[in-house]
Write a protein of this length. Structure first.
Length: 151
């Protein structure tokens, strides 16, 4: 029985074995049900479902507008995932960095790319109240990227 909503996301994959290697063995996600067309992962409490796509999966041209993000509860949790990604030689789409240092929205972030070109962000906020709050700021994402997308 669940006592809170659980987020569910379906993503395209083109190889179940490779998806299980990446999400299961490399990221440590529990592998759930699977069949020839799909596989389910417990992605840190999110139900992530990889559905087989027979179309060519292309690399995204940037992190916006689409990526799956995970906010970790402690900096140690964030660092542990970061260290695991490094140890397993996963592809960093964006290297670990501190964003908005010494500002209300300060957070640590990195992006990895799965074998199917889905982008995954892992971050930790120094002040967790801004995860849904911090409305006194309009900072979301990278300012230079926002400006490029607003044209």
């Amino acid at each position: 029985m669940i006592n809170a909503p659980i987020f569910h996301l379906a993503i395209p994959i083109n190889d179940i074995t490779e998806a299980k290697q990446f999400y299961g063995a490399s990221l440590g996600c529990e592998v759930g049900r699977e069949n020839k067309a799909a596989v389910i992962f417990n992605f840190y409490g999110t139900q992530l479902v990889g559905h087989i796509s027979h179309k060519k999966l292309n690399r995204q041209l940037g992190i916006y507008p689409r990526h799956l993000g995970l906010i970790l509860p402690t900096k140690l949790d964030w660092q542990t995932v970061c260290d695991r990604a490094t140890e397993k030689q996963l592809t960093f789409y964006e290297q670990p960095k501190l964003r908005f240092p010494q500002q209300l929205l300060e957070h640590y972030s990195f992006f990895i790319e799965d074998p199917f070109h889905n982008l995954l962000e892992f971050k930790y906020y120094s002040d967790s109240s801004v995860i849904f709050g911090g409305r006194e700021s309009n900072l979301i994402g990278e300012t230079a990227i926002q400006n490029k997308h607003s044209n």
